[in-house]
Design a protein around this ligand. Structure first.
Ligand code: AMP
Length: 398
């Protein structure tokens, strides 16, 4: 893998694609979670230490692609990055005019220039070659460190790499993501348990298929479990269900049985009489939920079973909440899983967590430093684990 590790970038202008798509407070425009910015620091610091001029590129949110919009400006990122690095990070506000080219050309070793939100123009998401060339002309080398957008074939994430046939590299963040995901897919120590939650089977079909040959246990939690339970003839009341996926659920259960994968669904469900944190709450067997109740969290008996499986695993992959964790009263299952994965990691298991909801459950419980690896890319992580080729990665490799 061609990483920045063994290169020296002295006196070069290095273009780095980062993922600074951070959540912002709508009113104050303050950054509410700077994880993605902090994760990019090792790469930026290494380049600065080498004596490079660093030119950073990113997108933020979904602007209309018709030019500058204050609410999608990367200004708060430039300011925060300045604080974290202890140097002034200049923002190239007029990204698509001559001044940016002048700024980039005149940038000196040890300086950091951040280009404004690339999605202010349509060329970025379209993967426009001319736009990619415009960006490429600003630097001598290209580094991709944006795992969160590695599954997109955009101008700055993939198309640009063709202009640096011998000078394109993985940054530390992206290299680390690849190393950990490869470990999960190809070198996982057994027993390997995948915990897959969330609302819909439809978004997890390919990952389930790709994981079956690799794992020993699959725990299904969250709303998607009810489609499986209904497929087995269970009564699920008002719980969410994808009726058009019942056949898929039956097929996948058969496949797991044939491949010897142990499959765990919640045996009991914490149910509400309405979709509300203040609903009345009762626990029912998850296959005997009365018609006016809705399954919204894994029940206590299920959690005990899941805990045993997780604690006896050497590799754990977790993606998706076990219930409607946004409602405090239905977040206990998800919290229990977060704590159990942390405990298993302490006992020596390798744990990998991805997806915004699982990560926010981990952060809410202050367990982030107790996981082996937290992915910075939800969609990109899923696609990697589905076995797909990610354009941002392929562009550096090829
Ligand atoms: P996904 O976007 O498919 O990863 O699913 C995440 C969402 O699933 C979260 O917003 C959860 O609130 C939701 N969810 C989890 N369990 C349930 C459930 N039993 N019923 C309805 N929604 C659920």
């Amino acid at each position: 893998m061609k990483t920045i590790q063994d290169q020296n970038f002295a006196n070069q202008k290095v273009l780095v694609r980062c993922d600074f798509n951070v959540p912002l407070n709508k009113e104050t425009r303050e950054i509410t979670d700077d994880t993605r910015i902090r994760e990019s620091l090792p790469t930026i610091k290494k380049l600065l230490a080498d004596g490079a001029a660093v030119i950073l590129m990113s997108h933020l949110g979904r602007p209309s692609e018709t030019g500058f919009e204050e609410k999608f400006s990367l200004k708060p990122v430039a300011e925060h990055l300045s604080q974290l690095l202890g140097i002034n990070v200049k923002l190239a506000e007029d990204i698509f005019e001559g001044k940016t080219i002048e700024n980039a050309k005149s940038s000196k070793p040890g300086e950091v220039l951040l280009l404004e939100n690339l999605r202010f123009l349509p060329g970025e998401q379209k993967g426009d070659v001319a736009f990619a060339k415009y960006l490429a002309d600003l630097g001598d080398s290209y580094v991709n460190d944006a795992f969160g957008t590695a599954h997109r074939a955009h101008a700055s994430t993939a198309v640009i790499a063709q202009f640096f046939p011998d000078k394109k590299y993985f940054g530390f963040l992206l290299a680390n993501e690849i190393k950990n995901l490869e470990k999960l897919l190809h070198y996982a120590e057994k027993p390997f348990t995948a915990i897959i939650g969330g609302s819909k089977i439809s978004s997890k079909i390919d990952i389930l298929k790709n994981l079956i040959p690799r794992v020993d246990n699959i725990i299904i939690g969250g709303g998607m479990g009810y489609t499986f339970i209904k497929a087995m003839g269970g009564e699920i009341g008002l719980s969410i269900c994808e009726d058009d996926k019942l056949d898929f659920a039956r097929d996948i259960m058969k496949e797991m049985e044939e491949k010897g994968v142990k499959f765990y669904l919640p045996i009991d469900a914490v149910c509400g009489d309405k979709f509300d944190n203040n609903a009345n709450i009762k626990v029912f067997p998850s296959n005997a939920i009365p018609s006016d109740w809705e399954g919204m969290d894994a029940g206590p008996e299920s959690i005990k079973i899941f805990e045993n499986v997780i604690l006896s695993s050497k590799t754990i992959l977790w993606n998706g909440p076990l219930g409607v964790f946004e409602f405090e009263n239905f977040g206990h299952g998800t919290t229990a899983i977060a704590k159990t994965v942390a405990a298993a990691t302490k006992n020596g298991a390798f744990s990998a967590v991805g997806g915004g909801d699982s990560i926010s459950a981990i952060n809410q419980n202050k367990l982030a430093d107790q996981m082996s690896y937290i992915s910075t890319g939800g969609g990109a992580m899923l696609e990697y684990l589905e076995g797909k080729t990610l354009p941002g990665i392929a562009a550096i490799l090829n």
